[in-house]
Design a protein around this ligand. Structure first.
Ligand code: ADP
Ligand code: ADP
Length: 229
């Protein structure tokens, strides 16, 4: 069974006279352990969809069932608990705390999680065992993003949602970060959705979802890759 089921999602932003239909009826299932890539032009609704799946935003209509619970019926308390425990987010910018080391940046999350891995184990998974006591300013952009990935996975979320995680990186560094995401997905079996313009990760994905104009235009399944079940 899917861990996430989105049904008939619409999202309308109203700004005075202007109405933007960011989503116009999106159905999407995420299956346990799979790596899904969301592609599509700027403005096609990718970030809006990801934010709704992660409980950061609510749809205008439609439903999200996450781990058997209807997020669209959940109260603010339940939504906050869901975001805190069940969802790991990675954004274009790393949002690390400059005065804390890599280990301490991850520890902020593990200290409040229910069944976390250790900061050291999370940083090892992203290949940063040699950088535990470095501060963000002492790390490259790719390394900082890997700390952000470690922070997102250390609480063992049900789903890892990544919005253009390589958007601020050069292409070689970006591909390395995507390889880290693929490895984490394979080793931990965390269901993962990634918005990217990078063709390299589309090749590593179980499914590639193409969006256009607030709708899912096509879904391509990669026969080469098998999600851990
Ligand atoms: P992308 O998803 O391509 O990385 P953004 O999410 O930054 O880009 O923004 C996509 C579009 O949404 C942009 O045209 C931006 O102006 C618009 N947008 C984002 N946030 C807001 C907001 N709070 N109010 C109005 N427009 C917004
Ligand atoms: P993508 O991630 O594919 O670039 P978005 O989901 O960011 O697309 O945006 C979809 C549409 O919704 C765009 O037209 C964008 O300008 C609009 N939009 C996104 N966020 C906001 C917001 N907070 N307020 C108003 N319009 C928004």
């Amino acid at each position: 069974a899917p861990v996430f089921q989105a049904r008939g999602l619409t999202k309308v932003y109203v700004m005075g006279e202007v109405r933007v239909e960011a989503l116009r009826g999106v159905d999407l299932d995420l299956y346990p352990g799979e790596l899904v890539v969301l592609l599509g032009p700027s403005g096609s609704g990718k970030s809006t969809l990801l934010n709704i799946l992660g409980g950061l935003d609510s749809p205008t209509s439609g439903q999200v069932i996450a781990a058997g619970r209807d997020l669209t019926q959940a109260g603010e308390r339940a939504l906050t608990a869901f975001r805190r425990q069940d969802v790991g987010f990675v954004f274009q910018f790393y949002n690390l705390i400059p005065s804390l080391t890599a280990r301490e940046n991850v520890a902020i999350v593990t200290e409040i999680a229910e069944d976390p891995m250790t900061p050291e184990a999370a940083l090892d998974l992203v290949g940063l065992s040699a950088r535990l006591d470095h501060f963000p300013a002492q790390l490259s952009g790719g390394e900082q993003q890997r700390v952000a990935i470690a922070r997102a996975i250390a609480k063992r979320p049900r789903v890892l949602l990544c919005d253009e995680p390589t958007g601020a990186l050069d292409s070689t560094t970006g591909v390395r970060v995507l390889e880290v995401l693929e490895r984490v997905n394979r080793e931990l079996g965390t269901t993962t959705a990634v918005i990217t313009h990078n063709a390299a990760i589309a090749a590593m994905a179980d499914r590639v979802v193409q969006m256009a104009d607030g709708r899912i235009q096509s879904v391509r399944t990669n026969p080469e890759r098998r999600a851990p079940r």
